[in-house]
Design a binder for this molecule. Structure first.
Ligand SMILES: [Ca+2]
Length: 325
């Protein structure tokens, strides 16, 4: 009888390999910071999902500011999960002050867009992506969609699990000018940030099987997922695990049936009273808000992740175990 995990992989599309012409061209702009000694695991899990999704061809990966070791860890993940592919990694802006400046990442993203339409996943501050749109507005039609891990429904507070910490809208707030440029560019934009992930937790019981895997990459994942969960528990005061925010951004764009998405809603960038003082120390800060009065730009907004997507993520994460002796 076929093992149930193999059956699930086939049902979820992991068992079929389309030709490159059939694959979805994707660019990943990331602030991956996993490991060394502890960092968030969102981008790493999102990249793992993309690398294990045979319907996707990653044209390139660009690194955006705010993290250290991103290129080294990204290269490690590519060696582990896609050794046969030659996926380039490009250095982008080192700070948000480089918005509008040409970088290796900007030039590479422009070349990829000149080759044909593609989807862009903005999993960190939007500096690199906004620079491309600013320097080459003629390429807006080539961006089929930009998925940005940021933004919120009006008055949404980022307080996971009633924990003691209220999160900021990190990617947006670390370059709100770039996010505003994304809105103004007219590019089809899907905002899939905190709102869609609120309540979407991963916890150790779900990924513990990695600990005993014969694959070094699985054990690395287990160690770093555990450390990140420890931070959520002991620093953020959250008991239910951690939220892998970037994964929902990837999923909402590639598998929208597994999410709740409001289409074509008004969005705006405004300043207001700071609602995350444990993270940001100013009295006021910027907000990227959907559904508020005064919004003039149109976006799609993801606000819920269905349980089937958790199965998709876990199947990608635990896939090696099905081939363990
Ligand atoms: Ca990220």
């Amino acid at each position: 009888m076929m093992p149930i995990i193999t059956l699930l992989l086939i049902l979820l599309g992991f068992g079929m390999v389309p030709s490159m012409a059939q694959q979805h061209r994707v660019w990943v702009d990331t602030d991956l910071s996993s490991g060394r000694p502890v960092g968030d695991m969102d981008d790493a899990l999102a990249l793992l999902m993309l690398l294990r999704d045979t319907s996707v061809h990653i044209e390139g990966i660009s690194v955006v500011h705010g993290v250290r070791h991103a290129r080294r860890v990204t290269a490690k993940l590519l060696r582990w999960y896609a050794p046969a592919r030659d996926t380039p990694i490009h250095r982008g802006a080192d700070t948000q002050r480089e918005l509008g400046q040409r970088t290796e990442a900007v030039n590479a993203m422009i070349r990829a867009l000149e080759k044909g339409p593609m989807t862009v996943l903005a999993l960190g501050p939007a500096t690199n992506v906004a620079t491309v749109l600013t320097l080459r507005p003629d390429l807006v039609p080539q961006m089929q969609k930009v998925g940005f891990c940021g933004g919120r429904w009006a008055n949404m507070v980022f307080a996971p699990d009633g924990g003691k910490v209220r999160f900021s809208d990190y990617n947006f707030e670390h370059d709100s000018v770039a996010a505003r440029l994304l809105l103004q560019s007219g590019v089809p934009l899907l905002l899939a940030g905190y709102d869609c992930s609120d309540g979407f937790f991963l916890h150790r019981a779900l990924y513990r099987p990695l600990k005993g895997s014969s694959h070094a990459r699985d054990r690395w994942m287990y160690r770093n997922l555990s450390r990140w969960e420890w931070v959520w528990q002991h620093v953020f005061g959250v008991k239910d695990g951690f939220i892998p925010f970037d994964c929902s951004t990837v999923g909402a764009l590639l598998h929208p049936d597994e999410f709740c998405i409001r289409a074509d809603r008004a969005a705006t960038v405004t300043e207001g009273p700071n609602d995350a003082r444990s993270i940001v120390k100013t009295d006021r800060k910027m907000f990227l808000t959907v559904g508020a009065q005064g919004g003039i730009h149109r976006v799609d907004h993801c606000y819920h992740t269905h349980g089937i997507f958790r199965e998709r993520l876990l199947n990608a994460l635990l896939r090696d175990l099905s081939t363990d002796p």
